[in-house]
Design a binder for this molecule. Structure first.
Ligand code: IPE
Ligand code: IPE
Ligand code: MG
Ligand code: MG
Ligand code: MG
Length: 290
């Protein structure tokens, strides 16, 4: 699995590097690339390609989706590490973008990565029908803004040092992380104009994203900096509201296992061959150490 991820990561990075080579040089390109390129797992891209495989979507289209998702993801990490947010100085085994380039540059590089996603999707080289394009842009906007990443991050920060219900925690994790995974599972269907499976893949994406965030919280609790490439035990220090802070580590592991099982059950309708890669990715999400 690591090999597969590495291969895909190289391909997505190559596409993005080509895209960036079209830009005139500016002071923001270097910090943008610093936050985007080295070290990320590209798990969201993997899910796009796994779902694309089930529905036989062309790789050249999947690549555009992956590039747009990875630029948004990179922006969200740069901002997540800022002193006014999680205040983390280590990301992907290196100093966070604001440590390396300063806070204002990190904010602006993050903003620029966010807009790059929409530049990529609306680019004329992405040859799909206009209606498909605008549907994709609309969905990605909704998954990133107040109803998605930004809204979830707002809740994450406002719940610090508070005891909140499990529903509230799940809703926060769904927004800050689940929504972008929802886009990954739904976007290939939008390209295929497949309405039949839209609802079930939207739910699937949200659940995979939720599982991904719960495992991220487990890694924070028990993981090692060396593997994770970011500081661990920081959620406890900051008083983050997580399934672990509410139910304890063991119950959080149980919750994650149940969620994984329900994701597998949802996938059962798709013949084992078609969904093999996606199943493997879900297993990886569960077992990962970084
Ligand atoms: C970390 O995401 C932030 C969360 C949403 C939990 P990843 O674990 O996908 O980060 P990289 O891209 O591999 O560094
Ligand atoms: C970040 O969650 C979610 C985002 C949308 C960026 P975390 O704050 O738990 O991510 P890490 O642990 O710093 O990577
Ligand atoms: Mg955070
Ligand atoms: Mg963080
Ligand atoms: Mg975390």
């Amino acid at each position: 699995m690591e090999k597969k991820l590495k291969k895909l990561s190289n391909r997505v990075n190559l596409f993005l590097k080509k895209y960036f080579s079209k830009f005139n040089s500016s002071g923001l390109i270097v910090p943008m690339k610093y936050g985007l390129f080295p070290g990320g797992k590209k798990i969201r891209s993997k899910i796009i390609f796994d779902v694309g495989k089930i529905f036989k979507v062309k790789n050249k289209y999947l690549m555009v989706l992956a590039a747009s998702v990875e630029t948004i993801h990179a922006y969200s990490l740069i901002h997540d590490d800022l002193p006014c947010m999680d205040d983390d100085n280590l990301r992907r085994g290196k100093p966070s973008t604001h440590i390396k380039f300063g806070e204002s540059t990190a904010i602006l590089a993050g903003n620029s990565l966010l807009t790059t996603a929409f530049e990529i999707l609306s680019d004329k080289s992405f040859r799909v029908e206009d209606k498909i394009k605008s549907n994709l842009i609309n969905l990605l906007s909704r998954c990133s803004g107040q109803a998605g990443i930004a809204g979830g991050q707002y809740l994450d920060l406002s719940y610090e040092k508070k005891k909140v219900s499990i529903q509230k925690i799940l809703n926060m994790e769904l927004k800050k992380t689940g929504k972008l995974f929802e886009f990954c599972c739904v976007a290939p269907l939008i390209i295929k104009k497949n309405k039949k499976d839209l609802n079930s893949f939207s739910k699937l994406g949200k659940n995979i994203g939720l599982l991904f965030q719960i495992v991220d919280d487990l890694i924070d609790h028990k993981g090692k900096i060396k593997f994770a490439g970011k500081k661990t035990k920081k959620d406890f220090k900051r008083g983050k509201a997580t399934i672990i802070s509410l139910l304890g580590y063991k119950n959080a592991v149980k919750y994650a296992n149940k969620l994984k099982q329900s994701i597998y059950n949802q996938l059962k309708v798709h013949s084992s061959n078609e969904a093999y890669e996606l199943r493997e990715t879900i297993e990886f999400i569960m077992e990962r150490k970084k």
